[in-house]
Ligand binder design. Structure first.
Ligand code: ADE
Ligand code: ZN
Length: 324
């Protein structure tokens, strides 16, 4: 089964490129750019990666991103992830990036997007990996700052497949960003949003109704509202679920309690993703393996999850046919 999961072609739809910064590369970039790190060794890093909540994780995640300075740094970060994709038979990836994490510390939008996009182009030509880029707004910052980021992104619109919403969920509901997402829609940028990770089912409703998202990132708290579950099923709205993330951030205490296969069996369009693999103990294959070990996921269930990942992607039908 483990071999089957590894070889199965997969698409990844929920991956924060900053969350793929492995400790080894973080040390290398810190040295290259002369940035002090709060860790003396890789062991110390591993000890620090114990989280009680999303915010616990985000504090460390944003601090670590400070080692990313030059276009080459963003290239190296992205290239390392694409090599992982090649190893794990991820043939298509829709990658989130958080420009505000970088522009807030004086790194230009251009530096960030050029480095990432150049690696994505090489990923296509050298590794055969198809990819799309989704720009996320940090929801703990203001709607005005998100709007400014959207304006700043306008010249690079051709390199973006859509917009997303991430960071601290509780206290920052979707309605805070209604106008920003309306503007993105006018720019023909489709939307996704994190909702129902730590936040309530109501945030999923409002992401759908007000932000008009095509997919929900996480969404596992939908089970608290049966009417919402029925809508998600009937409309086949994809949920990009991240099992290892959810257990690391204590959304579920144990993988055996995770609801992804329950949702799949109810006919929801759920997919498996790694979120921030450098922080949560694994890439997409490790997420599939965890579901097999803790929840006895069957081969047909794994195949359905992988099929969902292609169906839920922003690829055209023609592009999907070429990949599969
Ligand atoms: N940014 C990176 N990972 C995230 C997550 N799991 N939830 C919200 N924001 C994030
Ligand atoms: Zn995420």
């Amino acid at each position: 089964m483990i071999d089957f999961l590894a070889k199965m072609p997969k698409a990844e739809l929920h991956l924060h490129i900053e969350g793929s910064l492995e400790p080894e590369l973080m040390f290398e970039l810190a040295q290259r750019n002369n940035i002090p790190l709060p860790y003396a060794s890789l062991d110390e890093v591993r000890l620090a990666y114990q989280f009680e909540s999303l915010q616990d994780f985000l504090d460390i995640y944003y601090a670590s991103a400070a080692v990313l300075i030059t276009e080459q740094d963003f290239y190296d970060l992205t290239w390392a992830y694409l090599k992982k994709c090649a190893e794990q038979n991820v043939v298509h990836s829709e990658i989130f990036f958080d420009p505000q994490t970088h522009t807030q510390r004086g790194i230009s939008f251009k530096t960030v997007i050029h480095g990432i996009s150049r690696a994505l182009a090489d990923g296509k030509s050298q590794l055969g990996i198809s990819s799309l880029l989704i720009m996320c707004f940090l929801r703990h910052l203001s709607a005005e700052e998100a709007m400014q980021t959207l304006v700043e992104a306008a010249p690079y619109k051709g390199q973006l497949a859509g917009v997303g919403l991430d960071s601290s969920e509780l206290g920052h509901p979707p309605e805070k960003f209604t106008e920003v997402f309306a503007m993105a829609a006018e720019m023909d940028l489709p939307a996704v949003a994190h909702a129902g990770e730590e936040g309530p089912a109501e945030y999923i409703w409002n992401a759908l109704k007000l932000l008009k998202v095509k997919r929900i990132d996480h969404g596992v708290r939908c089970v608290e509202d049966p009417e919402l579950v029925a809508i998600l099923r009937d409309k086949q709205i994809p949920l990009t679920v991240c099992p290892l993330s959810n257990t690391k951030l204590k959304v579920f205490e144990q993988m055996s309690q995770h609801n992804i296969l329950g949702l799949l069996e109810q006919g929801l369009n759920v997919t498996v993703n790694s979120d921030d693999p450098a922080y949560f103990g694994g890439y997409i294959n490790e997420n599939f393996i965890a579901l097999y070990r803790a929840l006895a996921m069957s081969q047909p269930q794994a195949v359905k999850l992988a099929q969902n990942s292609f169906n839920a992607s922003f690829l055209t039908d023609k592009e999907k046919q070429v990949l599969l």
